[in-house]
Design a protein around this ligand. Structure first.
Ligand code: SF4
Length: 326
């Protein structure tokens, strides 16, 4: 893959809990190119946020334990970085915005205090006047009106949409090459969600940033991304150029996920996917989707399928596809 910015290979992460380990990530592999918009979809609890926190170097360890895999950002081994190098990575390489802007902001400090702190940290500036000026400029860049009033406000005094814009301003207080947007619109109504996505789009274009968008909304992923990874129970099960994935989904899980989307034309309530995400304490052997898969074969219970390239822009991890997997 040309001009790879982020390269994650076979990432395995467990969580130590009473009585053993939760085997959450089971060999996650994904890549992001410079300035690319990549989507990551999957049910709640499938390991999307754990993957992103590990990439950012903010996975709490313990209870998290990185058992294996590699993460390279601009060719540098993230898992081998020292704390100062990780700080540099978060200052100028990767930033993340979270699903719930209310939880992401500290309720006892004003927006000004939080934003100015972020600017001081990111740019290493100490001069108060220039930090203040930069804070005002940053709030303007995320289309927040009346920045002086916002700087004096506490998070509780702002609407959900304004709080999410502040979080974006915090994440982009210094230039970044990759923005991870972890369900940035889920807690907002659809019109504000649309505004936030447009804002991220504009900032990504202006600043020539790559974006990983995590979303439950397949409509948003379809409209907004160039390539999509589908994740199930800690594994990437399908990867394709966005148009191709929606035109011709191959993995039984991807097909079921798309079939779950309610139709605006009113064709009844979607059936959903029977069963639930597996217990990570004792995940199913072989393909982790086999207890829910209507096409499961004997081999699916014994072996884990590898990602198989069905064409240049489409890979799937399923024994129904590819000689290597049979
Ligand atoms: Fe279903 Fe087997 Fe494919 Fe897994 S590998 S999705 S169980 S057919």
């Amino acid at each position: 893959m040309q001009d790879v910015l982020l390269d994650v290979q076979d990432l395995v992460v467990h969580f130590r809990v009473y009585g053993g380990y939760l085997k959450v990530l089971d060999g996650v592999t994904l890549q992001v190119r410079s300035q690319e918009r990549v989507g990551l979809v999957g049910e709640t609890g499938c390991g999307k946020t754990t993957t992103m926190k590990t990439i950012m170097g903010i996975l709490p360890q313990p209870p998290g334990v990185i058992r294996g895999g590699r993460i390279f950002f601009r060719g540098q081994n993230v898992l081998a970085m020292r704390p100062q190098e990780l700080e540099r990575l978060r200052r100028s390489g990767i930033s993340m915005i979270f699903q719930d802007p209310t939880a992401a902001l500290n309720p006892v400090f004003t927006i000004g205090e939080q934003l100015e702190d972020a600017i001081r940290y990111a740019l290493g500036r100490t001069d108060h006047a220039s930090i203040r000026e930069r804070a005002i400029e940053t709030l303007r860049s995320v289309a927040l009106p009346d920045p002086l009033r916002i700087l004096e406000s506490y998070p509780v005094q702002l609407s959900g949409g304004m709080r999410q814009r502040v979080c974006i301003a915090l994440a982009l207080a210094s230039p970044k090459e990759l923005l991870i947007a972890d369900e940035p619109g889920t807690s907002l109504d659809v019109t504000i969600q649309d505004q936030i996505l447009r804002l991220i789009h504009r900032l990504a274009e202006d600043r020539k940033m790559a974006v990983i968008l995590i979303s439950h909304s397949l409509g948003v992923i379809r409209e907004w991304t160039e390539r999509v990874y589908v994740m199930y129970a800690g594994t990437i099960v399908e990867e394709a150029v966005t148009q191709e994935l929606f035109a011709q989904p191959l993995h039984p899980y991807t097909k079921a996920l798309i079939a779950c989307v309610p139709k605006l034309t009113g064709e009844g309530i979607a059936e959903g996917i029977p069963g639930r995400i597996p217990d990570y304490f004792e995940p199913p052997s072989g393909c982790r989707f086999h207890p829910r898969c209507p096409y499961a074969l004997d081999i699916c219970r014994k072996e884990k399928p590898k990602l198989f390239a069905v064409c240049e822009n489409h890979r799937v991890a399923c024994f129904l596809f590819g000689e290597e997997n049979r």
